[in-house]
Design a protein around this ligand. Structure first.
Ligand code: AHR
Length: 340
């Protein structure tokens, strides 16, 4: 017979009977992921995941990967909370996970700052925290490990790609005017990509960064910001979009303004993520290059959680493997092999 754990959502303080033992569970305040009361197989690893939101194709693939890895068939009981791009919702979710006495907390922090208090609470409650995708600027002993992307390297790689591209097209001595559509300010992916690209930018006196604006990693904001930049600057040679969805918005804005982009157009578009729709845009000739940010964290997260629950040790920092894709490659064939 299975021994059961009780997990309670949105109920007032209650005394639950588990077999013959009673467990008091305080009320929770979150509105997301509501269930009345669930009985959980004691053998399952209970994991509370606080996701940023659903702002991009990348994020949806990331969510899907986590949900399909942390299943009961794989030995997990998943409590998934979508914070709708608000840090306060993530903080609430983490506090609820603590009240629910989950075994592990997985947090994808929307921005790097502001986590000290809540992660200290998780530590005091003895619940290990795994940071996923983005980092939190906290003392290292407040989290067990971090799994994510090397965003600074992605930004630097993008800068080197542009160097080569301009050289190959005989434009390396010309003045190159560029703008950046940044991701959510203060997010690891934004900080890393901006800093990485800036390193290469500094090496080129003829590269002029006209302006960097926050596009919040969404298509709508990317389009809005690009419209503004096109009105403000007559000449823009390169647009660096810190994710694919902002690139899609930028392409729409450029076309609506009667301008052209991509390998045959006047404006070079550099993007990050390399989701399937970015392959479509590269094949259509709208985007020049996409630097991969791999969202398929689920299997690796499952492995980390299993290792920890068996008393094993894991590396503190774990990077996903990533490549880049541009129009010099057989994009149609590669697209067929893409999982997201
Ligand atoms: O943190 C990863 C970034 O977040 C992805 O590049 C972006 O698409 C997502 O919203």
């Amino acid at each position: 017979m299975n021994i059961l754990k009780n997990i309670l959502y949105l109920l007032p303080a209650a005394v639950l009977c588990v077999g013959c033992t009673a467990k008091e569970v305080p009320s929770t305040e979150t509105g997301a992921g509501v269930h009345a009361e669930d009985q959980v197989d004691e053998n399952l690893i209970v994991v509370g995941v606080s996701q940023v939101g659903a702002e991009s194709d990348w994020r949806n693939a990331h969510t899907e990967s986590i949900k399909s890895a942390l299943t009961s068939e794989n030995g997990f009981y998943l409590i998934f909370e979508d914070a709708q791009q608000k840090q306060e919702n993530q903080i609430k979710a983490v506090r609820n996970f603590i009240l629910q006495e989950v075994d592990y907390i997985v947090l994808a922090p929307i921005v790097e700052t502001g986590w000290d208090a809540v992660l200290q609470e998780a530590k005091d409650a003895g619940i290990p925290v795994i940071l996923d995708d983005r980092l939190a600027d906290v003392d290292e002993d407040l989290y067990t490990c971090w799994l994510g992307t090397n965003a600074e390297k992605e930004g630097e790689d993008a800068g080197h790609w542009l160097e080569d591209y301009l050289k190959d097209s005989g434009r390396d001595q010309e003045t190159v005017k560029m703008v950046t559509l940044q991701g959510t300010l203060g997010a690891t992916a934004q900080i890393g990509r901006t800093n990485g690209f800036s390193k290469v930018l500094k090496e080129h006196d003829n590269w002029e960064m006209l302006e960097m604006m926050d596009g919040d990693f969404t298509q709508a904001k990317g389009q809005e910001v690009m419209e503004e930049l096109l009105k403000k600057y007559e000449e823009i040679d390169v647009v660096i979009c810190e994710n694919d969805n902002m690139a899609f918005g930028a392409v729409d804005a450029i076309k609506a303004a009667g301008r052209t982009c991509g390998p045959e157009g006047e404006i070079t578009i550099i993007s990050f993520d390399a989701v399937r729709a970015a392959f479509d845009a590269m094949i259509a000739g709208d985007i020049n290059v996409a630097f991969e940010c791999n969202p398929l964290h689920g299997p690796k997260l499952a492995e980390i959680l299993k290792t920890l629950s068996e008393g094993g040790k894991v590396d503190k920092i774990q990077y996903m493997e990533e490549k880049y894709f541009d129009m010099t490659m057989d994009l149609e064939s590669i697209r067929e092999t893409r999982a997201y």
